[in-house]
Each structure stands twice: as structure tokens, then as C-alpha cells.
Design a protein around this ligand. Structure first.
Ligand SMILES: NC(=O)c1ccc[n+]([C@@H]2O[C@H](COP(=O)([O-])OP(=O)(O)OC[C@H]3O[C@@H](n4cnc5c(N)ncnc54)[C@H](O)[C@@H]3O)[C@@H](O)[C@H]2O)c1
Length: 436
């Protein structure tokens, strides 16, 4: 396939080298003449293991060219990869000027030619950029209609500098964001012999995937270093602890605790966080990430309350009061806090949680819930049907099924789903997921 690549930086050059290995014909485009001069002689303008050899081979085979001219690159191209930089502006916002320049250049060329290459945006861009900026700009400059005359996909890159060639050939995943169902078909062909899970998503979803990854990676590094500082100050070798931590692939290095949903609570996480933060303060350690975890969790709870209140309900039903399903432990339960806030706002509350039996609560569990909800037994109901005479039901625990939710919706009750109940019709009137 003939592919032109705009932006001969780390991503663009690595992509060029790897696509050459796969037998494609590549034209690299960059306004920096020195980069084009290097590539035009089969030399790499970047330092990256494996890249010079792949570029040299492709060049010798006559399949590598480079230019500063958009029209020269586009002529006959079946696909255009856009790999220009999206750096930070001084205020921290994303600088899309290179993406905009390239789109304008490509759009103008397409207006005067019969070429209709698939446009593949690889630069990391904020959610909404492809739909709200890139596509309208391309349509304006080219006079074409995206989805009819030409297709645009967002295809995030996951390579890491230093191991970029290996990462390109063995990616953790291949993500293609597209507006119409078949828009990315030509790109799928490029990866025919690659072994990686492929996800074909909506444009916005694909854009968010890239940030989800990078934010998590930044958080992981910071987390490991903050916990290591705690270990070190206690005279413990943090490397050993990290080894044990990473060996736990059931709860630690796994998808556990990584799904969007409710705030955390219970008898361990808040208490242990507070203890470590106090230990850090006493030992003059600064742990900015860990210090903000409890505050962030409180924001989740406050947001849930604000969302419930925004519907101005007089009566609210709650499914689940304990800090999680299948326990009667209500110590630091986020739902006890939500219930208390709602009662404070004058809302009549009905709670269904079969695990909670007030006469069987003892110790600190009893004490804490009594402090927050003095007349708990009057709030509890014995079946989900008892929640029917409410204006809004918040589902905190997955102890009811989709049929139950559909029957509430049919009765005109709004449902706010925190627990991601399987099988619910997401488009049903009155249904709202906490993050979906
Ligand atoms: N570097 C990485 O490891 C990596 C990994 C994944 C994703 N990304 C993302 O990929 C994008 C590119 O990153 P990079 O590190 O390769 O950037 P880079 O700064 O190394 O390269 C960008 C290139 O684009 C060129 N350019 C600017 N305007 C142009 C135009 N109008 N036409 C053609 N070329 C133009 C620049 O001259 C430069 O050579 C960014 O959005 C980045 O966030 C980077």
C-alpha cells in the first residue's frame, strides 16, 4: 500500500520504518528540510534502536521517499497517517496548531485532486477533537463530505521510545476510532499479520483510550515512588515490597478496582490511608498523590448527591447501604454518607439492603451507622418492590436485575445506576449510569 506519513518525529519515523518492513511504500512529509534530506538518503532523523536498519532496507528497495510538499506526498496515496506533535501550550492546554496546519494542507490538496485516501490521525488529541475540529476543518478545506466522499479514523499510538520498533510490531492493542462502521477497514488490512487485540470504537472512545493509558501510567509511577518513600523511611527496601506487590496478579496487577463505579469505603481503605498519611507527616514525607486520594473519593460522593438532588426528588429509593455487596459492614460506607445528606435535604428515603439487619448490628458498625442514620430500621424495606413509590432509585449494589430496573422505568421512576447492572437498555428513558 502507498502510505504518506505527515510528521517525521518519533512516531512518524518509527511508523515509516515498520511499515517499510511490512512491504509498504512510504512517503514521509515534514517541514524540516534537514529531516527530509536525511530520509531522502535512507538515513534516520531520530535515534531509535532498529529504525536505521529498517529505513535503509526500505530505501534500498526503492520504497522510501520524503518531501516537504503535501501535494507530492498525497498523489496516489491510499492512506495518510498524521503523526505531528500535539505539545503543551504555556497554559497547559493542548496545542493543535500542527494538526490544524496538516489538515488544512491535506484538505486543499484533496479539493484539487481525485485522490481519496483514508485519513488516519495518530497524534494524541483530546476527546472530541476528531469530530469537532478535524473533520469540520477537512470538510471546509476540501469541499468533501467525511463518511461519504472520504473517511477519517483516529488511531492512537502506544509505542514507547527506546523500544518503539518492538512495540510497533507487538502492540498491546490496536485501537481504531471511526465515525461509520466500515471507515477503518483499509487500516485493518495493515495489521492483518499482527497479533494483538483489536478494538474498533467510536472516535471519542478511541481518543479517551490514549489518555486513560497515559494517565494511569503516570499515576502508577508516582504511586510506586510515594509508597517506596514510605517504605524507605521505615528502613524497608521498597524493591522487595514492590516485587511482592507485583506478584499479586489477582487483586493488584489486574482489572480489579479499575472499573468506573462507586466511591470506596469500608473499614480498611480510608483508615489505612489516614494512618500512612499521618506516618508520612510525622516523618516529614510529602505524598501529594496519596494525600489527595481521600479528597477525590469525597468528591465522588458529593457528585452523586448533587446528581440525585438535581432531579429534585421528594422520595428516593436506595439499593444497597453497606459499603459493598454481600456484607452488613457500614463503616465508612459512601452510601451511608449519601443517605445522611439526602435526609438532611428533607428527602424521604427508602433503603433496600437484605444484608443489613439493624437488630443484628454490633460494635463499631452499629455505633457508626447509628450516628449517621439514627432511625435506620424505619428507612429499610424488605423487597425491591417496596421502592416503587419513589421518584428516583439509586442502585448501589448489583443485587437486583435488569428486569427490576425496567419495571421501575416503566412505572416512571428515574434510575441512577452506580453498580452497572447487566442487561439494562442504556437508552431507556429515565435510566442513567454513573459514568456511562
Ligand atoms: N513520542 C512518543 O513516544 C509517542 C508515543 C505515542 C503517541 N505519541 C503522540 O504522537 C504525536 C507525535 O509525537 P512525536 O513524539 O513523534 O512528535 P515529534 O515532535 O517528535 O514530531 C512531530 C513532527 O511533526 C512535524 N510537523 C510539524 N508540523 C508539520 C506539518 N505541517 N506537516 C508535516 N510535519 C509536521 C515536526 O517537524 C516534527 O518532525 C504526539 O501527539 C504524541 O503525543 C508520541
Amino acid at each position: 500500500m502507498k502510505i504518506s506519513i505527515f510528521g517525521m518525529g518519533y512516531v512518524g519515523v518509527v511508523s515509516a520504518a515498520c511499515l517499510l518492513r511490512d512491504g509498504h511504500e512510504i512517503i514521509g512529509v515534514d517541514p524540516v528540510a534537514a529531516k527530509v534530506a536525511d530520509l531522502s538518503q535512507g538515513r534516520s532523523p531520530i535515534q531509535e534502536p532498529g529504525v536505521p536498519e529498517l529505513l535503509a532496507k526500505g530505501y534500498q528497495a526503492g520504497r522510501l521517499k520524503a518531501t516537504t510538499e503535501t501535494s507530492q506526498a498525497l498523489a496516489g496515496s491510499e492512506m495518510v497517517w498524521i503523526c505531528v506533535g500535539t505539545p503543551s501550550r504555556p497554559d497547559g492546554g493542548i496545542d493543535l496548531s500542527s494538526v490544524e496546519t496538516v489538515i488544512k494542507q491535506i484538505g486543499r490538496c484533496l479539493a484539487g485532486s481525485a485522490d481519496r485516501p483514508l485519513i488516519v490521525l495518530r497524534s494524541t488529541c483530546l476527546p472530541g477533537t476528531t469530530s469537532n475540529h478535524v473533520i469540520p476543518l477537512l470538510e471546509k478545506e476540501s469541499g468533501l463530505t467525511v463518511g461519504k466522499d472520504i473517511h477519517v479514523v483516529f488511531h492512537p499510538e502506544f509505542l514507547r521510545e527506546g523500544t518503539a520498533v518492538d512495540d510497533f510490531f507487538s502492540p498491546p492493542k490496536i485501537v481504531i476510532g471511526q465515525a461509520g462502521s466500515g471507515a477503518g477497514n483499509l487500516l485493518v488490512e495493515v495489521y492483518r499479520n499482527y497479533h494483538a487485540p483489536m478494538f474498533r470504537l467510536k472516535l471519542g472512545e478511541a481518543e479517551v483510550v490514549k489518555y486513560y493509558d497515559n494517565l494511569f501510567h503516570a499515576l502508577k509511577i508516582t504511586f510506586a515512588n510515594e509508597v517506596a518513600a514510605v517504605a524507605k523511611s521505615a528502613g524497608v527496601d521498597a524493591r522487595k515490597v514492590a516485587e511482592v506487590f507485583c506478584a499479586d496478579t489477582k487483586l493488584n496487577i489486574s482489572s480489579h478496582y479499575l472499573r468506573p463505579g462507586p466511591a470506596f469505603g469500608g473499614s480498611c481503605l480510608p483508615k489505612d490511608l489516614r494512618a500512612i498519611l499521618r506516618f508520612a507527616a510525622v516523618n516529614s514525607l510529602r505524598l501529594p498523590v496519596l494525600e489527595s486520594v481521600l479528597a477525590s473519593n469525597e468528591v465522588q460522593i458529593k457528585n452523586l448527591v448533587a446528581r440525585i438532588l438535581s432531579y429534585r426528588p421528594r422520595t428516593v429509593g436506595m439499593v444497597g447501604l453497606a459499603f459493598k455487596t454481600n456484607t452488613d459492614d457500614m463503616r465508612e460506607s459512601p452510601y451511608v454518607k449519601v443517605a445522611k445528606e439526602l435526609i438532611g435535604e428533607g428527602i424521604k428515603l427508602k433503603i433496600y439492603d437484605p444484608a443489613v439487619q439493624p437488630d443484628r448490628l454490633i460494635g463499631s458498625n452499629r455505633q457508626q451507622v447509628q450516628e449517621a442514620l439514627r432511625h435506620l430500621e424505619k428507612l429499610l424495606v424488605s423487597s425491591p418492590e417496596d421502592l416503587c413509590a419513589t421518584d428516583l432509585i439509586v442502585v448501589n449494589h448489583a443485587i437486583i436485575d435488569a428486569d427490576c430496573i425496567h419495571s421501575w422505568l416503566a412505572a416512571g421512576i428515574r434510575v441512577l445506576d452506580v453498580a452497572n447492572i447487566k442487561g439494562v437498555d442504556r437508552r431507556a428513558d429515565g435510566y442513567e449510569g454513573i459514568y456511562w
